[in-house]
Design a protein around this ligand. Structure first.
Ligand SMILES: CC(C)(COP(=O)(O)OP(=O)(O)OC[C@H]1O[C@@H](n2cnc3c(N)ncnc32)[C@H](O)[C@@H]1OP(=O)(O)O)[C@@H](O)C(=O)NCCC(=O)NCCS
Length: 174
């Protein structure tokens, strides 16, 4: 499968083993990992990239897709379904290779990815939690139709810095 975006050379597709070098190259960047949870490896090695690919579910709908430029991986966008009483919710996450920032690529990817999730899963609520020091990601979410729901004041700590965490969600229109 391939999801096209409003940008002609930008698409989303399932991850492949051949994505390992690009994953390791672009993800190994503190300007990416500084805005992600500590489970995101930093430094990020080829072994980390292989572990990430191995962690993908086999069969069924992929959870993470490569954001591609001319079919080459330049980022990742995914969702994590929640469990129990939260099973209609999923967390939305993404990162993009730094050389490609500021061209509307993450927004275009989100505008293609979010309807794909809503159309193909039982997810009703996609949510994202963003560090308050990440205005670019906040703009991406706003442009992709997410609404701010609240602020977990001093809710996260990253590199010894305590930060507010801003909560966004987009609800499937029924
Ligand atoms: C967040 C990220 C995905 C954005 O990707 P991108 O393709 O550059 O995003 P877009 O170009 O679609 O949109 C970025 C928007 O943020 C704005 N922006 C960028 N830096 C900004 C800043 N310092 N202050 C305010 N706005 C800023 C841009 O102007 C643009 O908005 P506009 O279209 O209204 O002008 C990318 O920076 C990234 O991967 N960051 C590290 C990982 C990360 O933060 N992931 C998300 C965790 S919640």
């Amino acid at each position: 499968m391939m999801l096209h975006t409003q940008l002609p050379d930008i698409a989303l597709r399932p991850l492949r083993d051949t994505d390992v070098p690009n994953l390791a190259h672009y993800a190994d960047n503190p300007r990416v990992s500084d805005f992600l949870r500590d489970v995101f490896p930093a430094p990020y090695t080829e072994q980390d990239a292989r572990n990430f690919l191995d962690s993908q579910p086999t069969g069924g709908l992929p959870r993470d897709l490569a954001i591609t430029h001319s079919d080459e991986l330049i980022g990742v966008m995914g969702y994590i379904p929640q469990m129990g009483i939260y099973r209609h919710s999923a967390e939305f996450g993404y990162w993009l290779a730094e050389p490609f920032w500021g061209r509307g690529i993450a927004t275009a990817a989100a505008l293609a990815f979010v309807p794909w999730v809503f159309e193909r899963t039982l997810v009703v609520r996609l949510y994202a939690h963003v560090f308050a020091n990440n205005p670019a990601s906040i703009r991406v979410l706003e442009k992709a139709g997410f609404q701010q729901e609240g602020i977990a004041r001093k809710g996260v700590i990253k590199h010894d810095q305590i930060l507010d965490e801003i909560h966004f969600a987009r609800i499937r229109s029924i």
